[in-house]
Ligand binder design. Structure first.
Ligand code: SAH
Length: 251
């Protein structure tokens, strides 16, 4: 079973949004599991202290390496196969759908949620934590980031979502943003559904959707468009094709 272990100073934030809708239903059906651990249980002294002032001065507080390490080691102690250990951090590698897909096909993840100014660098190194960011902005803590990552993974686990097909055509899957959607009513404030979508011509619909996906990606996300375009250009180059085995599989 896919299992997320979350290390946090605010366990009461969970399951939160992960407990409702399809993810929540799948959680209740044991299609995936959520294990939330309070970092403070490993805090130091009578006050269970987890943070201290930054070495070198400056504002805020830093989470202690010894406390974090104890919390991580406690999760790993009862672990048979090692799951990826992730520290949610604005300094991490940006999370992508490819990494989400990869994580969702594994056995789960251990997610460490930072607070204050973040975590002592030494424990990130000593426990070989993978640092992942959910975007170029700063949250108050790693909990919402962990929820975002878990939700993205869980919806890809077989049996969680209804229509399996809806996962293939989505944004990012082919390196493009998804085409726009429409549904009834036929006319909304004077704007009609694009006629091709109600034509019943599935070939035309597929072509329209592809060209809309390309148009959106080109105008909104040049960072996605450039690699997509160079991939489709090399796919059209005959020299590239001949490198493929005769059965047409990609090399
Ligand atoms: N001083 C840090 C920010 C600390 S924010 C810096 O400038 O890099 C406190 C915690 O929130 C972090 O330890 C991290 O766990 C979480 N966090 C904040 N922004 C995040 C983001 N974009 N992605 C993932 N986690 C984030």
């Amino acid at each position: 079973m896919w299992r997320a272990s979350v290390l946090t100073l605010f366990p009461e934030m969970f399951p939160g949004p992960l407990g409702v809708s399809l993810a929540g239903k799948a959680l209740a059906q044991n299609i995936w599991a959520l294990d939330v651990r309070d970092i403070r249980e490993h805090g130091i002294g009578k006050h269970r202290s987890v943070d201290d002032t930054p070495s070198g001065g400056g504002p805020g507080m830093v989470m202690r390496a010894d406390v974090a390490a104890a919390a991580i080691d406690a999760v790993r102690r009862d672990e048979s196969a090692a799951r990826p250990l992730i520290y949610l951090s604005p300094k991490g590698a940006p999370l992508t759908q490819a990494r989400v897909r990869d994580l969702s096909t594994g056995t789960g993840a251990i997610l460490f949620c930072g607070r204050f100014e973040g975590l002592d660098e030494r424990v990130i190194a000593s426990r070989a934590m993978e640092e992942i960011s959910i975007g170029d902005f700063v949250l108050a803590g790693g909990e919402v980031a962990a929820m975002a990552l878990i939700e993205a993974c869980v919806r890809l686990i077989p049996g969680v979502m209804g229509a399996e097909g809806s996962k293939i055509e989505e944004s990012f899957e082919g390196g493009l943003l998804e085409y726009p959607h429409y549904t009834r009513p036929q006319s909304f404030e004077g704007t009609e559904i694009p006629p091709v979508l109600t034509s019943g011509d599935h070939g035309e619909i597929a072509r329209w959707r592809k060209s809309e996906a390309e148009r959106l990606t080109r105008s909104r996300r040049p960072d996605l468009w450039a690699p997509y375009e160079s991939r489709s250009r090399s796919a059209r180059t005959p020299g590239y094709r001949t490198k493929r085995p005769p059965d047409g599989r990609k090399p």
